[in-house]
Design a protein around this ligand. Structure first.
Ligand SMILES: Nc1ccn([C@H]2C[C@H](O)[C@@H](COP(=O)(O)OP(=O)(O)OP(=O)(O)O)O2)c(=O)n1
Length: 167
């Protein structure tokens, strides 16, 4: 269990820079995670790619290349997912409340968080695939349901659960 930011970075720093000094993000031709911290005026948005289907396909290729489908049954994927959620929690552990944009977090800590959140997403997407849940469509349906359960006019400014409303 890590107890502070420095310990949290640990071996992940070694993986962020390859032995020839080339940053991992350069080598992979991806942009570093969470580049915009607190204080910016612009709203944070994601890149358009990859889509969830592309994440599903990339992870399917990764597991096929290693003959790992034999281990990736739904229950194992669920346990792996929960384990990775625990790793995300460790990064926030003992810090108290953390403001949007993570002011005060180092680039290395932001990169580490991006990695752990990605592990969660990767296992979530593969779990959905192995359960034959079309996740992009399921999430749209669920959000439509959420809008019905929590009409903006009714719940404005309140965080109560829908079962707590009288009518
Ligand atoms: N049997 C496995 C092992 C790994 N992975 C992939 C999916 C995850 O994105 C990542 C998880 O790798 P690790 O289990 O090594 O976990 P971490 O990357 O979090 O390493 P650590 O636990 O040392 O922080 O690798 C996978 O698909 N199937």
């Amino acid at each position: 269990m890590s107890t502070n930011g420095d310990a949290v970075n640990g071996h992940k720093d070694d993986l962020s820079t390859l032995s020839n000094g080339v940053a991992l993000t350069d080598r992979l031709r991806v942009r570093p995670t969470l580049t915009n911290g607190a204080g910016g005026d612009e709203k944070f948005t994601f890149s358009k790619e990859p889509t969830l289907e592309e994440v599903r396909r990339l992870q399917a290729e990764f597991t096929d290349e290693r003959d790992w489908n034999q281990f990736h049954q739904p229950r194992n994927l669920l346990l792996a997912l929960v384990g990775e959620v625990g790793e995300v929690s460790e990064l926030f552990q003992w810090r108290g409340e953390v403001a949007e944009g993570l002011p005060g977090w180092t680039d290395s800590e932001r990169e580490h968080l991006g990695q752990e959140l990605s592990d969660v997403l990767i296992y979530l997407v593969e779990l959905a695939e192995k359960c034959h849940v079309d996740l992009p469509q399921a999430v749209l349906r669920k959000m439509a349901l959420n809008r019905l359960k929590y009409p903006a006019s009714k719940v404005q400014g309140s965080s109560k659960k829908y079962t707590e409303y009288k009518d």
